[in-house]
Design a protein around this ligand. Structure first.
Ligand code: ATP
Length: 256
């Protein structure tokens, strides 16, 4: 079963089509990157897949559960670390994790076990009693991901996880994400080419609400005739822009 499926997924606002009929399939255990410039529609796609926003048309599902008609099932399956990290600033790291356990209604012992697992996974002991507002951007982001993982979701959404982080914090966060690879399906949205190149099994290039191309780095390179993700992205974006049509880049590297 696919972890994620979308068919003709569309979100229209009054004057803007943010997501324009996208078809995607993400396998369980994959680390899948949605790559695109600002305003490409990545966050809107994630919001529909996590039931925070309803599609205008089309369908999307998580592990076979429809994101509109089976919302309660979907919510049990997903964890999200949003762009504006959803941590409670005045609570400590421990208290933030405890708060999430409370929201899910876990009994005391189970909560402590889950929290302790997160402290081990993220090596967070040194900041256990620090208030979130005093944390560096990197620690805050790690806490946000730990909070998203408490419920042991099958699909983790990371929306621009390294936005605003310095190079060392970014590298450290990458190693955290790498340690999760294969254990859980991860949907990563980013406009960092290097990040997608470094972490993702497959990459979807999103432009103006549409999927222009999708594949492994090698497949995108073959499609574009270029080397490296950045060069491939630019080539695909140019071809997609020139064609002025909805479609994907074909095997021959021509916009369909
Ligand atoms: P970024 O990398 O900047 O986060 P993105 O790829 O995640 O960009 P979205 O945030 O999904 O892009 O936005 C896609 C488009 O939809 C943008 O043009 C944005 O301005 C528009 N948009 C998003 N949310 C709304 C809304 N609630 N009302 C109107 N337009 C919106």
């Amino acid at each position: 079963m696919n972890a994620i499926e979308t068919r003709g997924l569309t979100k229209r606002y009054k004057t803007k089509t943010a997501v324009d009929g996208i078809d995607l399939e993400v396998k369980e255990g994959e680390l899948f990157a949605l790559l695109g410039v600002n305003g490409a529609g990545k966050t809107t796609t994630v919001r529909m897949l996590t039931c925070l926003s309803e599609p205008t048309s089309g369908e999307c599902s998580v592990c076979g559960n429809d994101c509109v008609s089976e919302q309660s099932e979907v919510k049990k399956l997903v964890g999200i670390s949003p762009q504006d990290t959803a941590v409670a600033e005045n609570l400590t790291v421990y208290e933030n994790l405890k708060l999430v356990c409370g929201i899910y209604g876990y009994p005391k012992e189970e909560s402590e076990n889950k929290i302790s697992k997160m402290f081990t996974l993220f090596r967070m002991d040194e900041v256990k009693n620090s208030r979130a507002k005093t944390l560096s951007g990197g620690w805050k982001r790690k806490l946000s991901i730990a909070m998203a993982l408490i419920s042991e979701p099958r699909v983790l959404f990371l929306d621009e996880p390294t936005l605003g982080l310095d190079v060392l914090a970014r590298r450290e966060l990458w190693s955290v994400v790498e340690s999760l690879k294969g254990k859980i399906t991860i949907i990563l949205t980013t406009h960092h080419m290097e990040e997608a190149e470094h972490l993702a099994d497959r990459i979807a290039i999103m432009l103006e609400g549409k999927i222009a191309a999708v594949g492994t780095l090698a497949e995108l390179e073959k499609l574009s005739g270029k080397t490296g993700l950045e060069e491939s992205f630019v080539e695909i974006a140019e071809k997609f822009g020139k064609s002025g049509k909805i479609g994907s880049v074909s095997e021959r590297g021509e916009a369909e």
